[in-house]
Design a protein around this ligand. Sequence first.
Ligand code: NAI
Length: 587
Amino acid sequence: MALNLDAVGEKLGPLTKSYTWKDAVLYALGVGAGSDDLHYCYEKGLKVIPSFSIATIFDILAQIGLKANVNLAGVLHGEQELIFHNPIPIEGEMTTEGRITHIYDKGEGKGALVIGESDTYHANGKKLFTSVCTVFGRLDGGFGGDNAPKRELDFPVREPDAVVEAHPADNQPLLYRLSGDLFHLHVDPEFAKMAGFEKPIMHGLCTHGYACRALCDTLIPGAPEKARRMACRFSKPLYPGVPIKTLIWKEEEGRALWRVVNAQTGDTVIDHGVFEYGELPAHRIRFDGRVAIVTGAGAGLGRAYALELARRGARVVVNDLGGARDGSGAGSSTPADQVVAEIRALGGEAVASYDSVATPEGGERIVQTALDAFGKLDILINNAGILRDKSFARMEPENWHAVLDVHLNGAYHVSRPAFTAMRENRYGRILMTTSAAGLYGNFGQTNYSAAKMGLVGLMNAMKLEGEKYNIKVNTIAPLAASRLTEDILPPDLFAKMKPEYAVPMALFLCSEQCPVTGNIYNAGMGFYNRAAILTGPGVVPVKAGRIPTIESVRDAMDALASLEAGKAYGQLAEQLVDTMECLKGGG
Ligand code: NAI
């Protein structure tokens, strides 16, 4: 039977599972914990090994294979990523839901990959973890589908910073399977032979549990609740009773790379390991599981946004046309490709898009790139920009339109399909990029100022349409050293205005925790303030109901200038209500 390609988008779960401290201890014993690890094995002061999470969702993992109809004789766990949002309590009830997000074809004889993503919540309301599981169907390749995007990790060439040795017992799988993974391959000799092995093999996730213990003990001793993310690829089977080593390279604060090797042969059995640890997520803003598009991300501010989004766990579409500063030229794939390479070198995930935001088709394709590569879209930063400065009298239509097409129309072209995709998921964060030139005016930039202020109008209406879908739309007015400002800013200032200073403001507005919609913030050099359209208290120059004279307006001009207690209205109707109120008085 062939793979069920229609399974993409199919729901996984809901799966509800109650567990007690004994389940956590059984798991710990299954992954080799013993009397040296009493904190995992004794109910007094018990801590839960973070990878126990996977033991509670085996049924979800099984559903991925079953729903996609993966040939059981060739099924293996390909990759596993766990993102830990909150520590796992020692008992309770967990509910898990997710969906199949991708099916990839590695080619005839090379197998297929089925990816399922799920979120698990505790009955106490807290989100505990997200799982991204890749099931490898060894016998299912060659159906003519796309291959998965390549993800490489550069392991340091130096010796590992830590090596943790362990010796799983001959009967380790028999103990481990009691935590829920009852698949015959790990217990039944005949089934194992049929699947091409000389005897039952270790569960990849059992070895993964050994690695998780080794990583916690080495990097966050006594505080497994500080594990934030654990990702890996299962690369070779391992027979029970064979000693293993977990090799750990500390990369930067809060992040390590790791692999597990067979200590007898030196073969790598788990590869591409990433382990992140540190502060509780409640204190750190992360974008794990989020998919973001940044337009114009090949340089300047866009590049800085894309890198930080990826560092904090988002999967990013790096869009850049690669044209000249004024938008001329055929474009180039180099800027986008370079930023994608930078993100991958950090261990992040990104794909490039070279389409122009200046056409509706380009906008559609940019959004489709996110949907094709990552299955959804959560964040859009409309950032692409060009300049064609000229005094107004010399501003020919060509230069007017070129600038409006990239900034204002460009944001429309990308935001529209993005909004549709976000609406389906009932979640979205859209950021417009305005400029002080638009908000306050700048000589010689009529085209740019008009476009930039147009974006504020676009935000004002979109924020209302997005409200019921949890789509928040805000605007940033950045100030940063870049190709656009190199001939405008004095050189000493230029050096102090790294784009990185604007990034925190922009990315907070793109985060789940962002509490506002429809707001504008200036951001540059680490200084942020809100900008708004304020409406003054107003004047009714003649008796209410009478038509004022032009002279009455002249006489009221000083009073009209007042912005005292000015209001920033949330929408047209609020202003209308105030207008009607005013008419009651006056005179
Ligand atoms: P930048 O020139 O370094 O980056 C803009 C990027 O947009 C470039 O890589 C360019 O290739 C790309 N791009 C241009 N047209 C495109 C199109 N049609 N489709 C896709 N990509 C395209 O400039 P910077 O300073 O990083 O600008 C980013 C945004 O911030 C722009 O919208 C700009 O107007 C705005 N801004 C920047 C300020 C600053 O101080 N740097 C001040 C106020 C606003």
